[in-house]
Design a protein around this ligand. Structure first.
Ligand code: ADP
Ligand code: CDP
Length: 212
């Protein structure tokens, strides 16, 4: 089974993806880290984020072993990721890796922006996670502070809104819910509540299929 989770910045996709994968014994891929890794490599090299040839070359040489690097999680890298991810050839260079990850047994949970629409349009279950922007900003701020970073909630909110706007309006693979995605509003749920709601969605889809 393939579970696709999409949604805006800091909506809780990664948390749900990880927990769902654990629940079902599947593998989990946070696809945001892939774009973050491309962005960080360009930033580290002092390269222009819009240098298409260079960005594509970096995307083709990514080392998945390094996707766990905590330095990928910063706000600056997230913002840069949103710029490089709008380059069509960068996205194309990363499609096969993601689809292969999704296809490998025993099953997979992928979270990102275009999983249900572009990467895995035939996913068994698609969930589009949303949460009030202020709630997302609060949670992301607490997360950054827990890592020991300084974070101003108003600036975090501005970053989230700017990234959502860019991700929704780009020409290729924009952030949007697939027509057959289930909406999960995480604003007023704690993590356990969100996980239960997501499992309920998966189980409802499975039960519906068995009836057919
Ligand atoms: N339902 C929730 N209640 C409280 N905090 C949450 C909830 N879901 C996620 N979080 C926290 O919000 C932050 C963003 O969640 P994350 O899963 O990283 O989002 P995304 O992958 O969409 O960017 C994390 O610090 C996470 O622990
Ligand atoms: N499938 C994906 C995942 C991320 N991205 C881009 O990568 C950026 C960082 O993604 P992320 O999922 O790590 O961001 P957060 O929601 O964790 O803040 C996003 O703002 C998108 O521009 C994308 O274009 N497609």
């Amino acid at each position: 089974m393939i579970i696709a989770i999409d949604g805006p910045a800091a909506s809780g996709k990664g948390t749900l993806g990880k927990r769902l994968a654990h629940h079902y014994g599947y593998r989990h891929l946070d696809t945001g880290v892939i774009y973050r890794a491309v962005a960080k490599a360009l930033l580290d090299a002092g390269a222009d984020l819009t240098d298409e040839a260079r960005a594509v070359a970096v995307a083709m040489e990514l080392d998945p072993e390094k996707f766990g690097n905590p330095a990928l999680k910063t706000q600056m890298v997230g913002e840069a990721a949103s710029v490089v991810s709008a380059i069509p050839r960068v996205r194309e260079a990363l499609v096969n890796f993601q689809r292969q990850f999704a296809a490998d047994p025993p099953g997979a949970v992928l979270d990102g922006r275009d999983i249900g629409t572009v990467i895995c349009p035939n996913a068994d279950v698609k969930i589009f996670v949303i949460a009030d922007p202020k709630v997302r900003a609060r949670r992301r701020t607490l997360e950054a502070r827990a890592r020991g970073e300084e974070a101003d909630e108003a600036l975090v909110l501005a970053d989230i809104l700017k990234r959502d706007e860019r991700d929704q309006n780009r020409a290729i693979a924009p952030l949007k819910a697939a027509p057959d995605a289930y909406l999960l509003d995480n604003s007023h749920l704690d993590i356990e509540g969100g996980v239960r709601a997501a499992i309920d969605i998966v189980e409802a889809v499975r039960a519906g299929r068995q009836r057919v």
